[in-house]
Design a binder for this molecule. Structure first.
Ligand SMILES: [Zn+2]
Length: 115
């Protein structure tokens, strides 16, 4: 894993996500640390970046209501960890991946920007 100076990030096992250009030495970074990502992958919008290494994101999705044969819009806020090598601003669309619980309300980590 640590051998080879050219490869500075791990393979996180999720295709289609560009690794960050910066590097970091955070153990809880999926790219440069040892944080396994497994489970749900979501595309969400960044709402607030005021906490230390943590952001608030909003997941907006459609939920089908069979009685009316229509979709209703739902939104859920989520706390996600932001590794130091990834810079996010409110309004950015990011890809987040599920990981183990990192804090009481944090069990997702930002993997990168969504195009
Ligand atoms: Zn990193």
């Amino acid at each position: 894993m640590s051998g080879g100076a050219e490869k500075r990030h791990r393979n996180i096992g999720i295709p289609g996500i560009k690794p960050p250009e910066k590097t970091c030495n955070d153990p809880l970074c999926p790219w440069h640390g040892k944080l396994p990502v497994r489970g749900t992958i979501m595309r969400v919008r960044v709402e607030k970046v005021k906490m230390n290494k943590t952001a608030v994101v909003v997941h907006e999705y459609l939920h089908y209501v069979p009685k009316y044969m229509r979709y209703e819009r739902r939104r859920k806020k989520k706390h996600v960890r932001v590794p130091p090598c990834i810079e996010v601003r409110p309004g950015d669309m990011v890809i987040i991946g599920e990981t183990r619980p990192l804090a009481k309300s944090v069990s997702f980590v930002v993997l990168g920007k969504a195009e």
